[in-house]
Design a protein around this ligand. Structure first.
Ligand code: SF4
Ligand code: SF4
Length: 153
């Protein structure tokens, strides 16, 4: 071994170089720690999260007309829309809406296909569960959106 590598080893030059980089980033202005979940990160404007079914904000009635286009567009066949025809109005009315988010890839094709724009991919990202059972979300849950736990400490 030549003299230079030997001296590098003896005086632990590489270790010192590494520590120099480490200590450089110990300065408080270099530290960036997100205090999640107390502070939730800002989500990108175009982030696609949990699909949401919007209602009319004034009446609270669903905007879904049970056309089934979202279910047809979903490449994973995760959406099931059930409906019945109202004999008085002769219009189809949605009776149930379910979506299996365990296999959803948040592609947004369902929202693209929606004829009334009531289905959208929200910015909700907190829907982890301990059991797979809860991944099939129903109409009420889709209308409410996700309900993340609020931590105070
Ligand atoms: S986002 Fe994509 S995978 Fe998820 S329900 Fe919509 S169409 Fe299906
Ligand atoms: S495409 Fe829109 S309006 Fe049609 S069933 Fe799906 S959510 Fe309802």
């Amino acid at each position: 071994m030549s003299i230079a590598p030997l001296l590098n080893k003896v005086f632990m030059v590489d270790l010192i170089k590494g520590l120099k980089v480490t200590f450089k980033y110990q300065h408080p202005k270099e530290v960036y720690t997100e205090q999640y979940p107390l502070e939730r990160p800002a989500i990108a404007e175009r982030y696609r999260g949990l699909p949401r079914l919007n209602v009319n904000p004034e009446t609270g009635e669903t905007l879904c007309i049970a056309c089934n286009l979202c279910a047809t567009a979903c490449p994973e066949h995760l959406i099931v829309v059930q409906s019945e025809r109202n004999p008085a109005t002769k219009r189809k009315e949605m009776t149930s809406f379910t979506l299996d988010i365990s296999r959803c890839m948040f592609c947004g094709l369902c929202a693209e296909a929606c004829s009334t724009d009531c289905l959208e991919l929200s910015q909700d990202y907190e829907f982890a569960l301990y059991s797979r059972d809860g991944f099939i979300i129903d109409r009420a849950r889709m209308e409410r959106g996700s309900e993340p736990t609020v931590y105070t400490r």
